[in-house]
Design a protein around this ligand. Structure first.
Ligand code: SF4
Length: 617
């Protein structure tokens, strides 16, 4: 047993909802050093505690809320990782959201919460430092996410952190998220549905303790320097003006803005929904705690209400479904947030239904661009009200399985998770990033498209694979386990070395970035093993096909824009995948080899997966 260094609280609050019993699990320095926090701790807990083959919406699933050793202590460290076995993909699912809850959680003395079992009637959890209560929430059940938080703040005031679900989570829409602070939302692969299945409406945390750190003064000095540098960066003012909304125009200029269910990479009304159009209707900004470059742009929508926009939700609920009026998009986005639905999966699933209608196989779906019909449909999805709402509440993969025929060809998902808003026909590295993302198609781990567009963008080469790996190590491994926002680095160029220094100041452990990347590789291996374990136990065949982008990108060329005629090349994509597996030390089917697992300190996990009949090379 290794002594726990400072920085971590070393305590995990385990709440058995069925028995209404809480226990505190104290962990040692080995777990902390190997898995760091956030995503790292979450996958380790899921690997150790979840019975393989568990139905994600059954009481047996574990819902993890995990912080890292910098949370509450450093710039942009107001993020919380939420993770569970995903009901959307049946594999590993997670996401992060900015919330004051993570700061209170750490100050209450915990690095993570595990929810297991399920309540017999709706409740919410109130953690007040050492005391944990489960409180009746029947009067909150049915409220939207914004109303829920408002009601809880009437009871507990402003000095608490709250996360909650909306009706989408309650009704177990498979891409329901967990929300906080009117617009912060995370857990795309159905983490809100898992919380709903446990009948937990919200978690309220009040923490007032000091977090014991190695060098408090150093931490404060480093934080001050980083905050000052952020403000001096040349891109700072524009970032504060537009945030990720600047990406709309950039994607349009580079033929990567999805329109009409990824039919094209350009959209005829792009200029009406871009960052400049947003600035005209912007009323204020919101953001995550501990951030001085907040990027949530709040606009007044078509109905005179507030809606917080970012690139992904505008592209997926705008151009991808044929709507170019930003005020209308803002209405749809606000509905998604209130109901607690992931905007990317929602936009993609609605776009899928529109294409199915166009092809004559789903007549009841809305036409492209039909704002009123989409508005109604979002409500039908959240409440699973109509047959169409029920069908689309399950995401594109399941909807296409139900529709059958060739509909799988335009169901824009990988491993069951809908692709975020970048067309990749002329961006093979980004396609590989989506293909190998550890939660299914998501841009968070390796957003290489900006780099790729500046290089020989349509080439398939090793440099591209190396860039995907580099970004996965930094973004998907280091930032997601430190549980800290990556945007100061990727958007403004804050030096990565600061994060190793912050880590040292908080924990006392000297690390190089390579040490953090080594831990990142370990985390990726274990997430991969988790997918393979679940597939194996559920009798589904795991193969490299799981890392393939959707058929549409291979078979249907773009018909407009500078990259007219472009498709992904299947043979060349296969070569990228081969190189990727080689670099990772995984076999032909993307299964980590035994020596890779041993190198990363996962010998026990290697043995456990072999016992299930998985052959390791
Ligand atoms: S940059 Fe944006 S996402 Fe990152 S911490 Fe700040 S508000 Fe949150």
């Amino acid at each position: 047993m290794k002594i726990l260094p400072k920085g971590w609280t070393g305590k995990i609050l385990r709440i058995n909802l069925t028995k209404r019993k809480t226990t505190i699990w104290e962990y040692d320095g080995e777990l902390a050093r190997k898995f760091i926090g956030g995503r790292g701790i979450a996958i380790k807990l899921l690997w150790d505690l979840l019975t393989p083959g568990t139905d994600p919406l059954s009481p047996g699933n574990k819902l993890i809320f995990a912080a890292g050793p910098l949370n509450a202590l450093a710039p942009n460290a107001g993020k919380l990782v939420v993770a569970a076995k995903s009901p959307l993909t049946s594999g590993y699912g997670d996401g992060n959201l900015g919330t004051r809850m993570v700061i209170h959680l750490r100050k209450a003395g915990y690095d993570a919460i595990i929810l297991e079992g399920a309540l017999d009637k709706p409740g919410y959890i109130f953690i007040d430092n050492n005391k944990t209560e489960i409180i009746d929430a029947r009067d909150l059940w049915g409220l939207d996410a914004f109303e829920t938080e408002r009601k809880l703040r009437e009871i507990y005031g402003e000095n608490v952190g709250i996360v909650e679900i909306g009706p989408g989570g309650e009704n177990q829409v498979l891409y329901a998220t967990i929300l906080s602070q009117e617009g912060r939302s995370g857990g795309r692969p159905g983490m809100g549905a898992v919380m709903g299945s446990k009948k937990v409406k919200a978690i309220v945390v009040k923490g007032t303790k000091e977090i014991d750190v190695y060098d408090k003064d150093k931490l404060a000095r480093l934080s001050k320097t980083i905050y000052e540098e952020i403000k001096k960066k040349p891109g700072y003012n524009f970032w504060r003006r537009q945030g990720t909304m600047m990406t709309v125009r950039w994607c349009q200029e580079n033929s990567t803005l999805p329109s009409y269910n990824f039919k094209e990479g350009v959209f005829e009304f792009a200029s009406e929904m871009d960052g400049y159009a947003m600035e005209k209707i912007k009323i204020k900004q919101r953001g995550c705690p501990l951030c001085n470059m907040i990027c949530g742009n709040v606009v007044e929508d078509y109905e005179g209400e507030e809606s917080e926009l970012d690139y992904e939700n505008v592209a997926m609920l705008g151009s991808n479904i044929g709507i170019g009026d930003l005020k209308k998009i803002a209405v749809l986005n606000k509905l998604a947030d209130k109901y607690g639905l992931d905007t990317i999966s929602l936009g993609s699933t609605i776009a899928f239904s529109m294409e199915a209608k166009e092809r004559g196989i789903l007549p009841e779906a809305p036409e492209w661009g039909d704002f009123n019909a989409v508005k109604e449909l979002i409500e039908d999805i959240a409440y699973k009200r109509t047959s169409l709402g029920k069908l689309l509440s399950q995401g594109t993969m399941r909807a296409s399985q139900k529709l059958g025929g060739e509909s799988y060809k335009f169901a824009m998902n990988i491993k069951g998770l809908e692709i975020s808003a970048y067309d990749c026909r002329a961006a093979p590295a980004m396609a590989l990033a989506f293909g190998t993302s550890p939660i299914g198609a998501h841009h968070k781990d390796a957003w290489v498209i900006s780099w790729e567009i500046k290089t020989d963008r349509t080439a398939y080469n090793k440099a591209k694979v190396e860039k995907v790996l580099e970004f996965q190590r930094i973004r998907g491994g280091m930032f997601e386990s430190l549980t800290i926002c990556r945007l100061p680095w990727i958007e403004l160029g804050i030096d990565l070395e600061y994060y190793a220094k912050l880590f040292k100041a908080a924990t006392g452990i000297s690390v190089t970035l390579d040490d953090l990347f080594f831990a990142a590789d370990r985390i990726y291996d274990l997430i991969r093993l988790f997918w393979i374990r679940e597939y194996t136990v559920e009798g589904k065949r795991w193969s490299r096909l799981m890392d393939y982008p959707p058929v549409k990108w291979f078979e249907e060329p773009l018909t407009k824009g500078a990259y007219k005629g472009a498709t992904l090349d299947k043979e060349k994509y296969d070569q990228l995948l081969n190189w990727y597996y080689e670099y990772r030390g995984w076999d032909y089917n993307g299964v980590p080899k035994r020596e890779t697992l041993e190198k990363h300190g996962l010998s026990l996990e290697a043995k456990q997966i072999e016992e299930l009949g998985v052959k390791l090379e």
